[in-house]
Design a protein around this ligand. Structure first.
Ligand code: NAD
Ligand code: TDX
Length: 351
């Protein structure tokens, strides 16, 4: 394995990407880490202030769907590896505007792959594609997704991610590109954009606003702390078998209603409010179209081959996360600006 690497982290200014960059910059001073990000509504350089002056870190603004932008960064930064996280990532937005998801997630991934194919000649150069467990579809009350599960995506978001997974594998099979893919469950933690359930709920509790629960609140998600996801990416990038897939999950299933009750408990406690005083904020609203019922992931392969396991208990992780949102109110106010409020009103006001 090369010791000197110039790693392009696409989507590095987003939620998971920024946690990954902080880990890589601090842990591997011998690598150059290049954050390549278009800075859409979800990209925020404020998530990266901790590393912005680090010698082994560079930010390049660019669009993965632009051949010109991608060719330029590959050549100027002499990119040796890609960890690809740039994507449109929110299921609700994929329901209101599917085309943007095809443009970024499918065509953008293909543009990156074409440049990697053109620029690289060694199997040492790795294309790491970060994907989601949603490509496997929806589970009933029993069972788990694993690396053998057939693809059955149900939303425009998951269909676009599934397409990108297939294209990555096709470039490996057809052109010999060295790749690895991971499919992870729902992440939570600091710096997540408050369109996603956990930061949205914590922010609404704090501001005594209704907590919108889709349908009956019985849908189930497997939650993994983002710090554990980026540790898994680090392990897979360095030690994962090339041409293979790894499933990453938290063994931490919650129905949305139970999770919201836990968040109410933790947030009320943090705000010195009477236990459960925000329970009355829960508002059951019209369900998400095509709402997947349950996701659950079996991460045995990752645990056995690479000795990875989640480091935080769900209680520790959720408690730290609530504290972060309570203590970073300025971050929250800056990201919930006018554009966010337009989105929020369209998404929730008539529901
Ligand atoms: P995010 O929405 O927080 O961040 C996405 C980032 O990509 C943003 O910084 C955005 O500016 C950037 N981006 C979007 N379009 C771009 C383009 N055309 N060119 C360059 N940059 C662009 O997403 P996230 O939650 O951090 O997810 C990161 C990746 O991990 C995604 O690929 C997502 O599918 C995958 N994933 C997310 C989760 C989760 O729970 N959040 C779980 C499993 C997998
Ligand atoms: O206001 C809400 N009310 C609600 O009940 C929101 C935003 C969500 N929900 C429900 C829908 C889901 O069942 O909560 C659950 C979690 O929703 P999201 O946070 O939107 O996540 P999800 O749709 O499960 O997808 C996430 O996990 C997998 C990420 O957004 C994806 O990028 C990732 O691939």
């Amino acid at each position: 394995m090369q010791s000197k690497k110039n790693i392009l982290v696409t989507g590095g200014a987003g939620f998971i990407g920024s946690h990954l960059i902080k880990l890589l910059v601090n842990k591997y001073p011998q690598y150059r880490i290049i954050c390549f990000d278009k800075l859409t509504y979800a990209g925020n350089l404020e998530n990266l202030t901790e590393v912005e002056t680090a010698e082994n870190y560079t930010f390049v603004k660019g669009d993965i769907s632009s051949e010109e932008n991608v060719a330029k960064v590959f050549h100027e930064e002499e990119v040796t590896d890609v960890i690809h996280l740039a994507a449109e990532s929110h299921v609700d937005r994929s329901i209101s505007n599917p085309s943007q998801f095809i443009e970024t997630n499918v065509l953008g991934t293909t543009t990156l792959l074409n440049e990697a194919k053109k620029s690289w000649s060694s199997v040492e150069n790795l294309f790491y594609h970060v994907s989601t467990d949603e490509v496997f579809g929806s589970l009933g009350k029993e069972g788990f997704f694993n690396e053998e599960t057939s693809y059955d995506p149900k939303s425009p978001y998951s269909a676009s991610k599934a397409a990108s997974d297939h294209i990555v594998r096709a470039y490996g099979h057809t052109f010999g590109l060295s790749y690895v893919i991971s499919n992870c469950s729902n992440n939570y933690g600091a710096n997540q954009f408050p369109e996603k359930l956990i930061p949205l709920v914590v922010n609404n509790i704090k501001n005594s606003k209704p907590i919108p629960l889709y349908g009956t609140g019985d849908n189930i998600r497997d939650w993994l702390w983002v710090g554990d996801h980026v540790r898994a990416i680090d392990e897979i990038f360095h030690k994962g078998k090339r041409g293979e897939t790894y499933c990453v999950g938290g063994e931490n299933e919650w129905s949305n209603l139970d999770l919201v009750k836990l968040l109410i408990h933790l947030t009320d406690k943090h705000l010195d409010r009477k236990e459960g005083s925000s329970l009355g904020l829960i508002k059951f609203v019209t369900d998400r179209a095509g709402h997947d019922f349950r996701y659950a992931v079996n991460s045995r392969k990752l645990m056995e081959e690479l000795s990875w396991k989640p480091s935080l208990t769900p209680e520790e992780g959720m408690s730290q996360t609530v504290s972060w949102y309570m203590e970073n109110t300025e971050w929250m106010s800056r990201v919930t600006n006018g554009i966010y409020m337009d989105y929020y009103h369209k998404q929730y006001l008539k529901r």
